[in-house]
Design a protein around this ligand. Structure first.
Ligand code: CP
Ligand code: NVA
Length: 314
């Protein structure tokens, strides 16, 4: 069964095909008006969402299908009355496709093992693959290529977006530097790093983790950051995190170390004044709204690919 639980599951050619399809859909959306006619997507949420929830639902509507939002707090699963396996098996009888935003990554793996229909990871504590596909599409649109580019990510390294970016960079041959405090609580998961480096060996990408934000950003084509307080981080860590991550804030002074034509990306939601300043996120290098819009086009392409693999060969 095809699924998108981790970006590492997808080969370079699959990612390229889906990005190409997303671009085609973006430029000629009307051609795909009935592409998912009468198909049902069930979207399971344990955490908040603006972009993922609304763009998946709009994507389904625009392709003739239907999306059901299901807050897991109201479910037998959320109340501890039903297992993930039974929830998955039942949903697979109603829906053509599932998308889930969950805390534990193991839970989406179990969902995918038992649903009998394709499952899409809409974010777990460990990974955020659909976001990274939209990021790759944005980079491709802005820079015309992926392989050989230099991507700098600064801030919270032990982060779902960072992890999926590392895996995608390794897969697609992009050099990536993570700048984050030298502390295992803020550094990428060593297992993810190992996996990204194994893929990087095959594509010629360099993957590095540095303490210094300026060194991480030096010469970068793309500068990326994310919230210091991801949805799953307890509020009582806020003060400590703000103190530790402040040297990694993306501000005008830090952007000066990147290439002159560097772009700035952020998956959003952003806490302005923390991981990024207004002058950068609203400034000429920022592509964050293009990036957010691309979620819509990429989600259409991902769903089409999972349900009709032949569509991505068009
Ligand atoms: N970037 C992203 O996934 O945003 P939401 O949390 O609003 O879905
Ligand atoms: N790392 C962030 C991404 C939000 C889209 C979080 O998990 O909250």
């Amino acid at each position: 069964m095809r699924s998108l639980v981790s970006i590492a599951q997808w080969s370079r050619s699959t990612i390229e095909r889906v990005l190409k399809l997303a671009l085609e859909i973006k430029h000629e959306p009307a051609r795909y008006r009935d592409a998912l006619l009468d198909r049902t997507l069930v979207m399971l949420f344990e955490k908040p969402s603006l972009r993922t929830r609304v763009s998946f639902e709009a994507a389904m509507t625009q392709m003739g299908g239907h999306a059901i939002y299901y807050d897991l707090r109201d479910s037998p699963l959320g109340r501890g009355k039903e297992s993930i396996e039974d929830t998955a098996r039942v949903l697979g009888r109603y829906a053509d496709l599932l998308m889930a935003r969950l805390y534990r990554h193991e839970d989406i793996v179990r969902l995918a093992q038992h649903a009998g229909v394709p499952v899409i990871n809409g974010l777990t504590n460990d990974e955020h693959p659909t976001q990274i596909l939209a990021d790759l599409l944005t980079i491709l649109e802005c820079k015309g290529r992926l392989a050989g580019l230099r991507l700098a990510y600064v801030g919270d390294g032990l982060n779902n977006v960072t992890h999926s970016l590392l895996l995608a960079a390794g897969r697609m041959g992009m050099h990536m530097r993570v700048g984050s405090p030298n502390d295992p609580a803020y550094r990428p998961d060593p297992a993810v790093l190992r996996r990204a480096r194994i893929m990087a060996r095959a594509t010629g990408a360099r993957i590095e983790v540095l303490d210094d934000a300026r060194a991480a950003v030096r010469g970068a084509d793309v500068v990326y950051t994310d919230s210091w307080m991801s949805y799953h981080i307890p509020e009582d860590q806020m003060e400590e995190r703000r103190r530790r991550f402040l040297p990694y804030q993306v501000n005008a002074a830090l952007m000066k170390h990147a290439r002159r034509d560097a772009i700035f990306l952020h998956c959003l939601p952003a806490t302005r004044g923390c991981e990024v300043t207004d002058d950068v996120i609203d400034g000429p290098a920022s592509r964050v709204l293009q990036e957010a819009e691309n979620r819509l086009h990429v989600h259409k392409a991902v769903m089409l690919y999972l349900l009709h693999p032949a569509a991505s060969r068009l």
